[in-house]
Ligand binder design. Structure first.
Ligand code: ZN
Ligand code: ZN
Ligand code: ZN
Length: 142
């Protein structure tokens, strides 16, 4: 998703909630959209810190959660006890596998996973299907 589109979606989302598009929110949005890998809120705070930006933790957490609600970010659970985010559609549809020993994360593509889930869910007469799969193992290095 490009930045302009993300800003537009986010502005519309905030408006629908009666919230303002503030400068701190814009800064967080720009940093999050430019991140090329999965990041946790704390990792993003660190990245912003390295860019000389300081925004309160609470604002970053809240902004990321609302960006997820707006559909600009996906969340992924690597079992770290916190959420990781990634900008969707930046890359192909993929799942994640994490190493139980060192925490390394790889992106893997599973053929027809979407199709299989959707058709199984359709058989159970469900709509608006969402899914999250957590796959872990031990990586080559470990
Ligand atoms: Zn983590
Ligand atoms: Zn490992
Ligand atoms: Zn990913």
């Amino acid at each position: 998703m490009d930045l302009e589109k993300a800003i537009k979606i986010y502005k519309d989302f905030l408006k629908s909630k009666g919230l303002l598009y503030t400068q701190p929110r814009e800064i967080v949005l720009k940093e999050a959209i430019s991140a090329t890998w999965h990041f946790s809120a704390d990792e993003l705070i660190l990245q912003m810190h390295n860019h000389g930006i300081s925004i309160s933790r609470a604002t970053v957490y809240r902004t990321l959660a609302s960006m997820k609600e707006a559909g600009i970010l996906n969340s992924v659970d690597f079992g770290h006890g916190h959420i990781h985010y990634e900008a969707p559609k930046a890359r192909k549809q993929h799942e994640h596998i994490s190493c139980e020993k060192c925490g390394t994360i790889c992106e893997i593509q599973i053929e027809n996973l979407d199709k299989a889930i959707n058709s199984a869910a359709a058989k159970a007469k469900f709509k608006h299907i969402q899914y999250a799969i957590r796959i872990s193992g031990v990586c080559e290095k470990c």
